[in-house]
Write a protein that binds this ligand. Structure first.
Ligand SMILES: Nc1ncnc2c1ncn2[C@@H]1O[C@H](COP(=O)(O)OS(=O)(=O)O)[C@@H](OP(=O)(O)O)[C@H]1O
Length: 410
């Protein structure tokens, strides 16, 4: 019987090589982590990987069962990591206490009422049911595009609290004297105070401390000389300023400021109290993720709808209450209110009024702003030509100023 026909050796060899190369390709692909390539069809889908972290424990004092029940609740507020510092700001992350050493969280604006809000507050507000009056509202599309169009040649103010990088064109050199502030931004926390201060610092006749001195609340016992020493040097005619948002809710602050100088001009940035409270809470939550939900903190009794007005996030927003203590020492005409929402939608308009109030020429105008779509905020930019301080024209101004200069404040 004839032996069965064998295929030509060349064909066998080719088959072997093909199989080998297929195996090699599979191994390489698997090693590179190709999607699903290595997953055995028998492996259970959706099994958590060993590295996946277990669910976080419930906040102290809240039973685990309750905590898990809360999870799907519509008002469960969660935050994502705070955005990076920037003074297109809001953005400069400030610590929960707005302390000078802590950077400030940039933010939303005005309330992030709708859409895909770029800020933490905005994202949280997106989770809340729509309310007729509420929350501030995002930037109108028209405003956004007009600021964006102005964006060419932008020098953004990169800023964390205390940042001085915006000073390239605003700072006057280090001569003149240190003076006590003639104007203060006294509040409110999370209102947009950082954005306002940075915009004011762009004015050649304003010099300000970048950090928050907290003199009239925490450091009063250090004395006025200590306070003065923190200030930047100014020429005569330049305004010295600082901002510490907690002054607004400090009972002793009005009296103390009045005794420093009764003509001190006061600026308060106000913002929708609900949006402000959420912004405040978000900031704390990013530092202490274990705190109870906003809803738990906000209500004394949820069923009865009893609000806990002693919770600082709510208490700070009782503007009329705090204002009463200021009005015991200062006339209303000496207090200027800035809208935190309009500071975002119409920064030049708000800045115009602030400059009028401070007796400054209107230098910081539309040309100083552009709208940064990514950040969702107006940002400062260096205009083509910006003026020198008015004091430079004065015969009393002293030595010829250097043309540039930066310092740690101002
Ligand atoms: N350009 C501009 N104009 C107006 N407002 C702005 C601007 N940029 C930021 N923000 C908003 O400011 C919020 C932070 O406020 P403050 O700077 O007062 O915060 S702090 O008290 O100093 O921590 C912060 O709030 P949230 O983002 O909601 O937390 C910002 O929304």
């Amino acid at each position: 019987m004839a032996p069965p026909p064998k295929g030509p050796p060349a064909r066998k060899k080719l088959l072997c090589m093909c199989s080998l190369s297929l195996c090699l390709t599979y191994v390489c692909y698997s090693l590179m982590g190709g999607p699903g390539a290595l997953r055995s069809p028998l492996a259970p889908q959706g099994t958590p990987s060993p590295s996946a972290s277990p669910p976080p424990p419930p906040p102290p004092g809240i039973p685990a069962a309750t905590a898990s029940l809360r999870e799907p609740a519509p008002l469960r507020l969660r935050t994502s990591p705070p955005p990076p510092p920037s003074v297109c700001t809001g953005a400069a992350p400030s610590g929960a206490s707005s302390s000078p050493a802590e950077p400030e969280p940039p933010g939303t604006g005005g309330g992030g009422g709708g859409g895909s809000s770029p800020t933490a507050t905005g994202r949280l507000l997106d989770q809340l049911p729509e309310s007729p009056g509420g929350g501030g509202g995002g930037l109108p599309a028209a405003a956004a595009s007009s600021w964006a169009a102005a964006g060419a040649g932008v020098t953004e103010v990169a800023g964390s609290a205390g940042a001085s990088s915006s000073e390239g064109w605003t700072a006057t050199p280090d001569y003149g004297e240190k003076r006590l502030p003639q104007a203060l931004i006294v509040g409110v926390k999370k209102g947009g105070t950082r954005a306002l201060l940075e915009a004011l610092r762009a004015h050649p006749d304003v010099r300000a401390v970048g950090t928050e001195p907290h003199f009239f609340d925490r450091n009063y016992d250090k004395g006025l000389d200590w306070y003065r020493d923190l200030m930047p040097q100014t020429l005569e005619g330049q305004l010295t300023m600082e901002k510490t948002p907690s002054y607004f809710v400090t009972n002793e602050a009005p009296k103390r400021i009045h005794s420093m100088a009764k003509e001190t001009k006061l600026i308060v940035v106000v913002r929708d109290p609900v949006t402000r409270a959420i912004s405040d809470y978000t900031q704390t939550l990013s530092k202490k993720p274990e705190i109870p939900t906003f809803e738990v903190l906000a209500f004394k009794n949820r069923t009865l709808g009893l609000i806990d007005a002693s919770w600082s996030a709510i208490r700070i927003g009782l503007y009329a209450l705090h204002l009463e203590s200021w009005l015991q020492y200062f006339p209303l005409s000496q207090i200027h209110f800035v809208s935190g929402e309009r500071l975002i939608t119409d920064p030049a308009g708000e800045m115009g009024k602030v400059q009028d109030f401070l007796g400054l020429r209107r230098e910081v105008t539309e040309k100083y702003f552009h709208f940064n779509k990514t950040k969702g905020f107006p940002c400062l930019k260096k205009p083509e030509e910006s003026s020198p301080p008015a004091a430079w024209a004065s015969p009393r101004a002293g030595p010829t100023p250097r043309s540039t200069g930066t310092s740690s404040s101002g």
